[in-house]
Design a protein around this ligand. Structure first.
Ligand code: GDP
Ligand code: MG
Length: 445
């Protein structure tokens, strides 16, 4: 199996000292690994070169989040860049199929999965979007291919255009168009013939079909395992036919999906769907995050960063415990507490985590202490100066008026906050005096 990028980078960065920001030297070393990882994932060389250059510029000088290693930081930057590159402006599964009957042209090399994908897509449009769908095979060279589509149609309950011997591809396309209009279909899918490689005769035939029906969408179906070849195919089809989207098949295999990145980078065409098997339901909307994880071999990166975040919060909590033990509890501490509460799902969230607290939550709510109140309290603290936060006892009338105005509340509400702070500070002091044992337990919960 492949070594994941996080594993590779882990080794590289072990030798480097931890610094606040990624240095040019760090990044250079890391980019060598990124380059290898992408090439192994079958991303084409020119795309890799270009990508590495861009990420290098972005990563140099980037701040390394506390308690994440520089290697993980680079992986995250690379991951985010791949996701950004792969994401289209519109949701991948939004096909232009208004104005019935809307023609969809399916193109690609032979064996790429066109016929299978045509049927999968027909099924999806029928089941999910409740469309009336007609399919037609234009593969006049292989009668078996026409039969294949008819059999799939029966299987999924989608109509196929009756097979008439001796017609040209364009004739079949025109007949499909007429039939779709007369039969009241919303969409008709045209499954074209493929070749083992691109040739001019095939391209001309597909062009003629295109001109005969003016497809709303032209989907290029490519084998996701073919990497470099897929890119050339995509470019050629886009130049000659004009492609509106790509379907990557065989993504259930153990390929890394680098073709997705290459194709997107060279043609700029969005990847719409991925094929994940031979069965009719094995077609899914393309998700950039998933493919990015797969290309880098690091489905664990999100978990990793989240874990780092947790560690960071734990450190913060420990620092606070130390402060409380010394009897220190100023407005900054209070703000952290309130923010922590919001993060845990607000009043309801916090209370629901503690057994028997349901009643208390209700009382608090009745007393007017809800999430909106917490947010306003945070705003009030934010309106205080550094000194005021550190020593809230210095807040006299004029300062109070300023803070209340700054955070859009009445002075009476600010007074409530100050009272609450005094009570909390008292409690903290008491807890702190118990040598922190209880407090530590409470904070660790
Ligand atoms: P066409 O020549 O482009 O029409 O390709 P076909 O649709 O006939 O597919 C060729 C072979 O690939 C068939 O055996 C399909 O079952 C298989 N196939 C198509 N899509 C997928 C996929 O997403 N995953 C897997 N594992 N097999 C697929
Ligand atoms: Mg076929």
């Amino acid at each position: 199996m492949f070594e994941s990028l996080s594993e590779r980078l882990g080794g590289v960065f072990e030798r480097l000292t931890k610094q606040g920001a990624l240095t040019a030297e760090d990044v250079k070393v890391a980019m060598r690994e990124v380059r290898t990882a992408l090439l192994e994932a079958d991303v084409s060389l020119p795309v890799v070169r270009d990508f590495v250059k861009r990420v290098e510029a972005k990563a140099t000088g980037a701040q390394v989040t506390k308690s994440i290693s520089p290697g993980q930081q680079v992986v995250k930057i690379v991951h985010d860049e791949i996701v950004a590159m792969l994401s289209g402006e519109e949701p991948a599964d939004t096909l232009k199929i208004d104005n019935p009957p809307a023609p969809i042209l399916m193109v690609g090399l032979q064996g790429g999965g066109k016929t299978t994908t045509t049927a999968k897509l027909a099924r999806r449009l029928k089941e999910r979007e409740k469309k009336r769908v007609l399919m037609a095979s234009l593969d006049i060279y292989r009668p078996a291919a026409m039969e294949q589509l008819a059999i799939l149609g029966t299987q999924i309950g989608v109509d196929t255009l009756p097979i008439v011997a001796g017609e040209s591809a364009v004739q079949i396309a025109k007949r499909a168009k007429t039939q779709a209009a007369m039969g009241g279909y919303d969409v008709y899918l045209l499954d074209t013939a493929g070749r083992l490689q691109i040739d001019d005769v095939l391209m001309r035939e597909v062009q003629d079909v295109r001109d005969a029906v003016s497809p709303r969408e032209t989907l290029l179906v490519v084998d996701g395992l073919t990497g470099q070849v897929a890119v050339e195919v995509a470019q050629e089809f886009d130049d000659k036919i004009g492609v509106t989207g790509v379907v990557l098949t065989r993504m259930d295999g153990d390929g890394r999906g680098g073709a997705a990145l290459s194709m997107r980078a060279t043609t700029g065409k969005p990847i719409r769907f991925v094929g994940l098997g031979e069965k009719m339901d094995a077609l899914e909307t393309f998700e950039a995050e998933r493919i990015a994880g797969r290309i880098l071999g690091m489905g664990d990166i999100v978990a990793l960063v989240e874990r780092a975040q947790e560690v960071f919060e734990k450190e913060q909590a420990e620092r606070m415990v130390k402060r409380f033990q010394k009897g220190l509890f100023n407005m900054n501490d209070m703000k952290s507490q309130l923010e922590q509460m919001m993060k845990m799902g607000g009043m309801q969230g916090v209370m629901s985590m503690m057994p028997g607290m349901g009643k208390m939550a209700k009382q608090a709510e009745e007393a007017g202490f809800d999430d909106r109140t917490i947010r306003r309290q945070i705003a009030m603290i934010q309106s205080m100066t550094k000194q005021e936060r550190a020593r809230p006892e210095m807040l006299q009338a004029s300062r109070k008026r300023r803070i209340a105005a700054g955070s859009g509340v009445d002075v009476s509400e600010l007074n409530k906050l100050l009272k609450m702070h005094r009570q909390m500070a008292d409690t903290m002091k008491k807890l702190g005096n118990m040598k922190g044992g209880m407090l530590k337990q409470a904070m660790a919960a």
